[in-house]
Design a protein around this ligand. Structure first.
Ligand code: SR1
Ligand code: MG
Length: 425
């Protein structure tokens, strides 16, 4: 395990706006990109996520982003300690993503392990996708890019592609990151389904929540998916692929923040991304009306369809061109005159079903557990918010209970449209 510097390291010190220039001003990888006298750098702390410090540093030559872990969960405070070594794994994940899905993750320029910080590319004029979806902005090739990103990282991080010793060693390395998966295991998979301490939900949603939490078959299914999540090391996941982990312009899409990276099931990232598109979809009636609403919701559904379609297409392409690992070797198929296409189809079907179920779980946790989505959370009229959240919760339940009812992606789109018309509150 590589996390030799623990939180108690005396050398760790959180950065601040007024100390950053003095501390990073003589680091070549930073100074050469920012330019000018560090004393005159413009430094802003912009972290709006749940865990870390994030600074944008600007000088005469350009800007960089500095991200540093805090020894606790920022959104909760020092009462919830969190190991600094998580930043090392985020850095490792960024480096691997850059190889496996080039030009999507931000480029990293500098890594300081004891300080749990790294310096990376400033994405501009990109903004957080969640804000764009709330504002009703479109992004070209959004679904295609996210589907491709998920397929490339899933395939190239697995033993379909990687040499087995390299992949197993990496699983060993990432298994040192024990604190981060524990958050996902409880906040995503368990807390939504009982009255956990940090949970909250819109008061008017309570009848739907109470019924959901009485559904023992649902809870058992979610626990089976958790079991798969904890035990399955198929590939290196982003681990938190929500619309706040995506930055975009009108024409460019980038994926940031793999701080929840771990080895896990191939379907997880795809399911999480689609869940966040679905939540954007269900929340739209609070953000716009009439023709604009209908057109924008239709666009989000196109994004979802494209996400699945491009995942499948890219995965099939990699299956044909990069299947160099120990799994489904050519020696067993093509070299003996057998096609491996059916095996690929069957695997993709399994991934789609699991993705739909993980999608349902993410749809639940974002309105029932600790970390909610602004898409719903910023709806001030709580009665309206609860009505829209109910559609989301019930569709999530359907996806977990019966993912195989969605035989093809058009059926998923029809299901979303049906729940979007339905009022239970
Ligand atoms: C305590 S961390 C809460 C959530 O924020 C992150 O973005 C992850 O989604 C995590 O579950
Ligand atoms: Mg994050």
């Amino acid at each position: 395990m590589d996390n030799d510097q623990h939180d108690e390291s005396p050398r760790y010190e959180a950065l601040a706006v007024d100390t950053l220039a003095a501390r990073l001003g003589d680091v070549h990888e930073v100074a050469s990109r920012v330019g000018g006298d560090p004393a005159s750098w413009e430094i802003r702390e912009v972290g709006d996520g749940n865990l870390n410090l994030v600074f944008i540093v600007t000088g005469t030559a350009g800007s960089v982003v500095v991200k540093q872990a805090l020894p606790y969960v920022r959104m909760v405070g020092e009462s919830w300690p969190l190991p600094l070594y998580r930043a090392h794994f985020e850095y490792y994940a960024l480096v691997r993503q850059a190889k496996r899905a080039p030009n999507i993750a931000p480029e990293v320029f500098y890594f300081d392990k004891p300080q749990a910080l790294f310096v990376m590319e400033y994405l501009y004029p990109h903004t957080i996708l969640r804000r764009k979806l709330i504002k009703g902005e479109r992004v070209a090739r959004l679904g295609e890019t996210i589907g491709q990103f998920c397929a490339r990282t899933a395939f190239r991080g697995s033993e379909l592609s990687l040499p087995s010793p390299e992949k197993k060693q990496d699983v060993g390395l990432f298994s040192g990151n024990v604190a981060i998966p524990a958050i996902t295991e409880s906040l995503v998979f368990t807390d939504p389904y009982y009255g956990a301490e940090m949970n909250h939900h819109t008061p008017e949603l309570s009848p739907v929540v109470d019924e959901l939490r009485r559904n023992a078959r649902l809870k058992a299914k979610v626990q089976r998916l958790l079991m798969k999540f904890t035990a399955n090391t198929e590939t290196m996941l982003h681990g938190d692929l929500h619309s706040g982990s995506i930055m975009a312009t009108d024409t460019d899409v980038r994926v940031i923040d793999p701080e929840f990276s771990q080895y896990g099931p191939m379907a997880f990232d795809l399911g999480m991304a689609v869940a966040n598109f679905l939540m954007a979809y269900f929340s739209q009636p609070a953000h716009r009306q009439g023709d604009e609403l209908a057109a924008y919701q239709a666009w989000i559904l196109e994004v979802i369809e494209a996400c699945f379609t491009s995942f499948d297409a890219e995965f099939r392409h990699l299956w044909q061109t990069e299947r160099t690992g120990i799994l489904f070797p050519r020696a067993l198929f093509e070299d003996q005159g057998n096609s491996a296409d059916d095996a690929c189809d069957a695997l993709l079907e399994e991934i789609r079903l699991d993705a739909l179920a993980y999608c349902g779980i993410e749809m639940h946790r974002r309105v029932l557990s600790l970390a909610h989505n602004a898409d719903f959370e910023e709806i001030e009229d709580t009665a309206l918010r609860a009505r829209l959240e109910a559609r989301n919760v019930l569709m999530g339940q359907a996806l977990i209970m019966e993912p195989d009812a969605v035989r093809e992606i058009p059926a998923l789109i029809e299901l979303a449209q049906a729940y979007n018309r339905q009022d239970v509150l």
